[in-house]
Design a protein around this ligand. Structure first.
Ligand SMILES: NC(=O)c1ccc[n+]([C@@H]2O[C@H](COP(=O)([O-])OP(=O)(O)OC[C@H]3O[C@@H](n4cnc5c(N)ncnc54)[C@H](O)[C@@H]3O)[C@@H](O)[C@H]2O)c1
Length: 330
């Protein structure tokens, strides 16, 4: 059997953020229209090393794409200079079931997670949104910013990280990035400084407590909360969650995994009816997105295998056409 092996660099070069946003939007529409088979992912917690390995299978019927991602989240890695997240994706041929390709899933994860926030920002933020705040200057923070800049004309960016030097590195890198990312990237000394003029906020931290206060938010802000993916993790405070129009990637996964919603629910502050929509229902025009400039909108995403499999499958088709990667006989 032959397998195509695609490296991180192959993924980076072959799929742009603009393409990823389109692919992920289409995947969310399939998910919310019942055209995806996606069991809740299986986590294996390894408390001794403070890590989790997640097994994430999916099949999208319109795309006829199937596969699985195995992704590790080990926050202590950062102390050893290693990334928090590492991952591999296997794509299967949906007609025969045979494995077709193995891809680096680390950059792919950052790309599709950014893309999800790009989709949500396009549907939920005010059109004239132009100032962005990023919480968590890590791997995800970078693609969060890239995605928001893809869908809105951004002229200023604030970044806040509990490790100031990490935020400074982020700012230096992003100032030089060019394209749609502006050169005006500022490090905030406090969360308040980052959020008070922000039209769009992305939280991409490993925090277990809220990263900013609701009282500092600007009217009409849109928030993408992607860091918390376990019941005990929380980035968004309860008052903000309670007062916002809440949109999720998947209802089922949100109530099983999203501390940002489960913590206020367990205190009696939110219930299942407080999720307004899945983003796929909005992108599919079943429900309107933002309806006025005063609403606070909150997109809560825990991440879904359909995003990985849709982007990986697009990439594999391109790789087959253009001969990207390496063929290995196994
Ligand atoms: N929802 C999804 O689809 C999805 C996808 C990928 C990753 N994630 C999650 O996103 C989070 C970030 O991932 P990453 O790969 O960027 O990790 P990372 O370790 O590269 O970056 C996280 C950053 O957050 C900072 N941080 C921690 N607490 C903070 C706080 N209270 N305020 C400000 N900054 C703080 C850390 O100092 C670090 O720089 C992880 O929890 C990860 O599991 C979610």
């Amino acid at each position: 059997m032959q397998l195509r092996v695609l490296s991180r660099e192959d993924v980076r070069q072959a799929v742009s953020m603009a393409e990823a946003i389109q692919i992920v939007e289409d995947a969310f529409i399939q998910l919310s229209s019942g055209k995806a088979v996606v069991p809740i992912r299986t986590p294996i917690d390894i408390p001794r090393h403070h890590g989790t390995i997640l097994f994430m299978p999916a099949y999208l019927s319109d795309s006829d794409a199937a596969g699985v991602k195995v992704v590790s989240v080990f926050p202590d890695n950062i102390r050893a200079g290693r990334p928090t997240i590492s991952a591999l994706v296997v794509i299967n041929d949906a007609t025969t079931g045979e494995p077709q390709a193995v891809l680096d899933g680390s950059y792919l994860t950052a790309l599709r997670t950014g893309a999800a926030s790009g989709v949500a920002t396009r549907w939920l933020s005010r059109k004239e949104s132009s100032i962005v705040a990023i919480f968590g200057a890590g791997t995800q923070g970078r693609t969060q910013l890239e995605a928001v800049c893809e869908v809105r004309n951004v002229y200023r960016v604030w970044v806040y990280d509990i490790a100031r030097e990490t935020a400074e590195l982020f700012a230096e890198e992003m100032k030089q990035r060019g394209g749609r990312i502006p050169a005006d990237v500022r490090v905030a000394a406090f969360p308040t400084e980052a959020v008070r003029e922000a039209d769009v906020i992305c939280t991409a931290t490993t925090s277990r407590k809220p990263v900013f206060s609701h009282k500092d938010l600007k009217t009409g802000v849109h928030i993408n909360g992607i860091g918390s993916f376990k019941p005990e993790m929380q980035e968004i405070d309860e008052i903000t969650a309670r007062s916002a129009l809440i949109v999720v990637d998947s209802r089922e996964a949100a109530w099983a995994e999203a501390g940002d919603l489960m913590i206020p629910r367990d205190k009696g502050l939110l219930n299942e009816n407080d999720i307004y929509a899945e983003i796929g229902e909005i992108a599919n025009r079943q429900k309107p997105g933002r309806v006025n400039d005063e609403q606070t909108t909150f997109f809560k995403a825990v991440g879904n295998a359909i995003q990985d499999i849709a982007v990986a499958s697009f990439l594999l088709k391109k790789a087959n056409r253009e001969g990207l990667g390496t063929i290995v006989e196994i």
